[in-house]
Design a protein around this ligand. Structure first.
Ligand SMILES: Cc1cc2nc3c(=O)[nH]c(=O)nc-3n(C[C@H](O)[C@H](O)[C@H](O)COP(=O)(O)OP(=O)(O)OC[C@H]3O[C@@H](n4cnc5c(N)ncnc54)[C@H](O)[C@@H]3O)c2cc1C
Ligand SMILES: *[C@@H]1O[C@H](CO)[C@@H](O)[C@H](O)[C@H]1NC(C)=O
Ligand SMILES: *[C@@H]1O[C@H](CO)[C@@H](O)[C@H](O)[C@H]1NC(C)=O
Ligand SMILES: *[C@@H]1O[C@H](CO)[C@@H](O)[C@H](O)[C@H]1NC(C)=O
Length: 524
C-alpha cells in the first residue's frame, strides 16, 4: 500500500511519461507524431495527441470533421456544453486506454475533460474547447456480485437503465432520481437519492473505486487500501483521477410507493407545512420516506408546486408519514405502488435535452418561514425573465434531515463538510431552462438575485450554512471552499500526494477545482 510517509508523493520527481507509456505497451518513438515531442514545444499539441490516439490499435477516436462528432456533442444535456468543440473525442474501452490517454495528454500538454452522463449544466464541466473529451460511455459494465451484496458498475451507465438491470436481481443502490443522468458524475459529487434518509447519499455507499491516477496507475481504492483517496472521492468530484469502475453497496428492494402531487398556489402554504414537518420529525420517525418539492410557473396553469414523495416499501395507500398530504387539494396525483425504475421514469418527465440550462444551490437551516420567503421571492422576481423564450424556471427544497446527515458519517465520513450538528437543513436549488443566448445574462442574474435575497433574509435569523452542493452548483459558485477550510486543505493534500504535477487541476481545467474558486468566475 502506498501512503504518506517514506515518500512524500505518489509519483517520484523523475517520473518519465514516455517510460510510463512504454510500460503500457505504447512506444512513443514509434509514433511519428509523438517522436521528438519531448523537445518540441508545439502549439498543435492537441491535434498531435488526437492523431496519435487515433492510430493506436483498438482506440476509438472521433476527430473534429467526422459525422459522429456532431452527434456526440449534440447529445449533452445542456446547450452550453453541446456548443463546446474539442479537437477530438476519445471513447476508451478499458482502464488501460484511459491510462494511455492521460499519459499522452501529459506528454503533449493537451488539456482534457471527462464525460460521464454529461448532465453537468455549464460549459467545460465535461467538455473542453480545443482539447480531448474522454467520454466514458463504453465503460458500461453492470455486474452484480454472486452474494448480491454489491454491484460493479462502469461510469458509462445512466441511472434508469442501471436500476432496470438491478431489478432483475431484486436489488437497488443509492443513486440518482432521473433516468438519463450519469452514474459517475452524480456519485462523485454526492448523490441525493430516494433512499437518502435511510442510507445517506450515493457517495456514502461506494465500497470501492477503480481509479486511474495522474501517473497512469490503475488503483483499487477502498477504505483500507487508500483511506485518504477513498475519503476524497466521496464528494471531491473530478479532482483525483478518472474513475473507471465503482463498486456500490446493494440492498434488496421490492415494490415501492410514490409519485408526484401537484398543488395549486392556494395550497402552497399547506404543502410547505407538510415539507417542514417531514424535515423536522417525519423523516426522523420513519427513514423510509423521501420528498422533494419544486415550484414553477407552468404555462396554462400558473404557479404550481410538485411534491415528489417516495416510500421504500410497498403500500396501496398514502403511508402514514405523509398524512399531512391527505388534506391538501391536488391538481394531479400520480402516487401509488411503483417500482424504483417506474418512479425514476415518473420524475424524468418534462426534462428535455438540448436547451440552455443553469443550476444554482445554497444550504440553510430548516426554517418554516424561510420556505415561504424563498417561494415568494422566486415568484416576485419571475417577471424579470418571464418574456424569455421557452422559459421554465424552478425552485426546489431538498431536506437534509438528521438521519440523512447521520448516514453521511459512516465509513469515516465524506468530504462534504456537513454534520448532524448543523441539521436539520435544506438545500434550496434553482434550475432554469430557456433557449436564446440573448437571455443568458438576465437569467443568471435572476438566479443570483434569488440566492442573494434569501441569504440576506436567512442571515438575519442565523440560518445560513456555507455548504454548496456540487452537483447543483452553477459555474459562478465556489464549491470546494464551501466544504470548510479543514476539508479543503485535506483534499488539497491528498491531491498533492497522488497528483504532484497537478494534472487534474491544470491539464483538466473544467468544473470545481481544489483552489475552491468558481469555474466561470464570480457573477457580476
Ligand atoms: C435532470 C437532472 C436530474 C438530476 N437528478 C439528481 C438527483 O436525483 N440527485 C442528485 O444528487 N443530483 C441530481 N442531478 C445533478 C447531477 O448529479 C449532476 O448533474 C451530475 O454532474 C451528473 O453526472 P453526469 O455523469 O451525468 O455528468 P458529467 O457532466 O458527465 O460529469 C460531471 C462532472 O464529473 C466528472 N466526471 C464524470 N465521470 C467521471 C469519472 N468517471 N471520473 C472522474 N470524473 C468524472 C466530469 O468530468 C464532470 O466534471 C440531476 C441533474 C439533472 C440535469
Ligand atoms: C520504439 O520504437 C523505436 C522506433 O521504431 C525503436 O527503435 C525502439 O527499439 C522501440 N523501443 C522498444 C522498447 O520497443
Ligand atoms: C458512427 O456511428 C455509427 C452508429 O453508432 C457507428 O456504426 C459507426 O461505426 C460510427 N463511426 C465511427 C467512425 O466511429
Ligand atoms: C384532515 O381534515 C379533517 C377534517 O377537517 C381532520 O379531522 C383531520 O384531522 C385532518 N387530518 C390531518 C392529517 O390534518
Amino acid at each position: 500500500m502506498a501512503s504518506c510517509g517514506a515518500q512524500d508523493s505518489f509519483e517520484t520527481p523523475d517520473f518519465n511519461v514516455p517510460e510510463a507509456l512504454l510500460r503500457q505497451g505504447v512506444n512513443v518513438s514509434a509514433l511519428p507524431e509523438l517522436a521528438g515531442l519531448v523537445e518540441r514545444s508545439s502549439n498543435l499539441a492537441c491535434s498531435t495527441a488526437c492523431r496519435s490516439l487515433n492510430i493506436l490499435p483498438g482506440f476509438e477516436v472521433l476527430l473534429e470533421d467526422s459525422t459522429n462528432y456532431t452527434a456526440f456533442t449534440d447529445a449533452y444535456w445542456s446547450t452550453q456544453q453541446a456548443e463546446v468543440n474539442p479537437i477530438c473525442i476519445f471513447k476508451p474501452l478499458s482502464s488501460k486506454q484511459v491510462s494511455i490517454a492521460i499519459l499522452i495528454s501529459r506528454l503533449t500538454r493537451c488539456p482534457f475533460a471527462v464525460k460521464g452522463g454529461g448532465h453537468a449544466a455549464f460549459e467545460g464541466s465535461s467538455s473542453i474547447e480545443g482539447g480531448i473529451t474522454i467520454a466514458l460511455e463504453k465503460l458500461n459494465e453492470i455486474k452484480v456480485t454472486a452474494d448480491k451484496k454489491s454491484v460493479y458498475v462502469g461510469p458509462g451507465n445512466r441511472w434508469g437503465q442501471f436500476y432496470t438491470e438491478l431489478e432483475k436481481h431484486g436489488v437497488a443502490v443509492v443513486g440518482g432520481r432521473v433516468n438519463d443522468v450519469g452514474v459517475s458524475g452524480l456519485t462523485l459529487g454526492g448523490g441525493i437519492s430516494f433512499f437518502a434518509n435511510m442510507r445517506g447519499w450515493a457517495c456514502d455507499n461506494v465500497e470501492s473505486y477503480e481509479l486511474v491516477t495522474a501517473s497512469g496507475l490503475v488503483l483499487t481504492v477502498t477504505r483500507k487500501s487508500f483511506p485518504d483517496l477513498y475519503w476524497a472521492l466521496r464528494g471531491g468530484g473530478n479532482n483525483f483521477g478518472i474513475v473507471t469502475k465503482f463498486q456500490l453497496h446493494t440492498f434488496p428492494i421490492g415494490k415501492m410507493w410514490g409519485g408526484s402531487k401537484l398543488v395549486a398556489s392556494s395550497d402552497f402554504e399547506n404543502a410547505l407545512d407538510a415539507t417542514y414537518n417531514f424535515g423536522l420529525t417525519g423523516a426522523v420517525n420513519d427513514n423510509k420516506g423521501s420528498q422533494i418539492i419544486s415550484f414553477a410557473n407552468q404555462a396554462g396553469y400558473g404557479p404550481l408546486a410538485q411534491a415528489f414523495l417516495t416510500y421504500s416499501e410497498p403500500s396501496e395507500t398514502l403511508p402514514s408519514m405523509f398524512k399531512d398530504w391527505s388534506n391538501i387539494s391536488l391538481v394531479q396525483d400520480t402516487t401509488g405502488p411503483h417500482s424504483l425504475s417506474e418512479l425514476v421514469t415518473l420524475l424524468s418527465t418534462g426534462i428535455p435535452d438540448g436547451v440552455r440550462e443553469t443550476y444554482w444551490d445554497v444550504t440553510f437551516k430548516l426554517d418554516r418561514s424561510l420556505f415561504s420567503y424563498l417561494v415568494n421571492t422566486f415568484f416576485e422576481l419571475l417577471p424579470n425573465i418571464v418574456s424569455a423564450e421557452n422559459l421554465l424556471p424552478t425552485i426546489s427544497i431538498q431536506l437534509l434531515t438528521i438521519p440523512q446527515l447521520q448516514q453521511m458519517q459512516k465509513h469515516g465520513g465524506n468530504a462534504l463538510g456537513i454534520s448532524t450538528a448543523d441539521g436539520p437543513m435544506f438545500i434550496m436549488n434553482l434550475g432554469t431552462m430557456w433557449t436564446s443566448p440573448a437571455d443568458d445574462a438576465r437569467i443568471f442574474k435572476f438566479n443570483n438575485d434569488i440566492i442573494a435575497r434569501v441569504r440576506e433574509e436567512a442571515s438575519k435569523k442565523g440560518l445560513n450554512n456555507d455548504y454548496i452542493y456540487m452537483n447543483y452548483a452553477s459555474g459562478y459558485q465556489a464549491v470546494i471552499s464551501s466544504y470548510g477550510d479543514e476539508n479543503q486543505k485535506r483534499l488539497k493534500s491528498v491531491a498533492e500526494f497522488y497528483d504532484p504535477t497537478r494534472i487534474f487541476q491544470e491539464l483538466q481545467p473544467g468544473y470545481f477545482k481544489l483552489d475552491g474558486g468558481a469555474p466561470l468566475g464570480t457573477f457580476l
